[in-house]
Design a protein around this ligand. Structure first.
Ligand SMILES: NC(=O)N[C@@H](O)C(=O)O
Ligand code: NI
Length: 182
């Protein structure tokens, strides 16, 4: 773990992320062969939960510019009516910031996870999260979330401001996902 000021960066694992949703990755425990052994199916990796109030699943692509650092975390959002999944198209590490909900329905102290480049995440409905935090270069993500009626985005201020300095993350980035020039 690295310390970001008062926050620590945790490697993204299914167990640690479980309270917030699913980690989407090619886990052997979910795999079986299909197509006469020509392909492995890493099966049923995330709970896409978008049916509330007659919602329907949307598949989109986000082409997201890299985040500028130092990054001040002050706003966070949640989607009460549906889950939201982000899967990088290619080997790209990214930062995931999530928070539990306090008894008075506000975001609690955030947790920061860094993916390994071969992982996506699926936020459960209502889980506080920061919008995509992309590192190094413009990156495309497959996004699966809810379409339909209803207000599906709450935004809240964090009760304190957290700053993430890039050098505190850089040492955790794999050389192949890090442009030395930037
Ligand atoms: N606004 C939007 O579609 N994306 C956000 O919900 C996000 O989490 O990035
Ligand atoms: Ni979102």
């Amino acid at each position: 773990m690295a310390c970001l000021g008062e926050l620590t960066v945790e490697p993204l694992t299914a167990d640690e992320f479980a309270p917030f949703g699913d980690v989407i990755e090619a886990r052997d425990s979910s795999a079986f062969f299909v197509n006469e052994g020509q392909a492995q199916r890493f099966h049923d990796l995330a709970k896409i939960d978008v049916a509330a109030d007659n919602g329907r699943p949307l598949i989109s692509i986000f082409r997201s510019a890299p985040t500028h650092f130092p990054l001040t975390l002050h706003k966070i959002e949640r989607h009460p009516l549906g889950s939201q999944a982000f899967i990088p198209l290619g080997n790209h590490q990214f930062l995931i910031v999530v928070a539990s909900t306090t008894n008075n329905d506000f975001p609690d102290r955030p947790r920061v996870f860094l993916s390994n480049g071969h992982q996506g995440v699926n936020y459960k409905p209502g889980v506080w999260h920061h919008p995509l935090i992309v590192l190094n270069r413009t990156t495309e993500f497959l996004v699966i979330d809810r379409g339909g009626i209803g207000t599906n985005c709450d935004v809240s201020e964090l009760n304190e401001k957290f700053v993430i300095e890039f050098p505190e993350i850089k040492r955790w980035l794999k050389p192949d996902s890090w442009l030395s020039s930037s």
